[in-house]
Design a protein around this ligand. Sequence first.
Ligand code: PLP
Length: 258
Amino acid sequence: MTPPRVLTIAGSDSGGGAGIQADLKTMLALGVHGMSVIAAVTAQNSVGVQGYWELPAEAVRAQIDSVLGDIGAQAIKTGMLASPELVALVAEALAGVDAPVVVDPVGVSKHGDPLLAPEAVQTMATRLLPVATVVTPNLWEVEQLTSYKVEDEDGLRPAAEAILELGPTWVLVKGGHLPGPPVDLLTNGAEEYRFAAERLDNRHTHGTGCTLASAIASHLALGEDVPGAVGKAKEYVTGAIAGGFPLGAGIGPVDHAW
Ligand code: PLP
């Protein structure tokens, strides 16, 4: 039987921990058929991103048309899009597509290496977020997109409201960088959910954000509504972080084989 199909439009991580590689591993683990449009290629390992190259707009557009023109997708996830041109192209391509879109507004890697040109943040805010069903910013990305700085858990709600003004249907503000037990806030303006978790004592968390957004997209494709998909995706990521393992000299990846 044909499983639900999920498309990731993102960057390749040569080290296999984040990006397209994390997306496809998550999709396999959750029982959907994963497909990939590669927007950029990174030279990357456990200690950082040594370089990245975006693909020509024509190549990104052609991949999207190939996949959606024949196979179709029940959900789409976007990750590293590198440049304002690619962010705008993807926003335009997804505007008419009848499938939920999960946007991970990737800006920098855990090591602080840039994955998005600074001038692309505005394009993301004005073009891509309006077509998002769910956008999953961390606190740094909230500040980049809205200039709002979250200082503590009370700041999550105003942060979410500032993101919603940019036009996505739902926002999941990831509060994991605040001190204390991590709390994420999901809202569409009318409904609000808080997802609390224990802080896991594992530094091998490379690929967490990509994995969460892909798990949300996969559960949407499997028929969950947004709060249900986020809840199940959080469970998946918690298991994946618990199993994160050392690799190379730096930060190892989360585990998808748990
Ligand atoms: N590399 C690529 C291609 C990514 O898309 C991302 C995150 O979205 C990263 C690296 C960074 O992953 P992390 O912040 O988990 O190290």
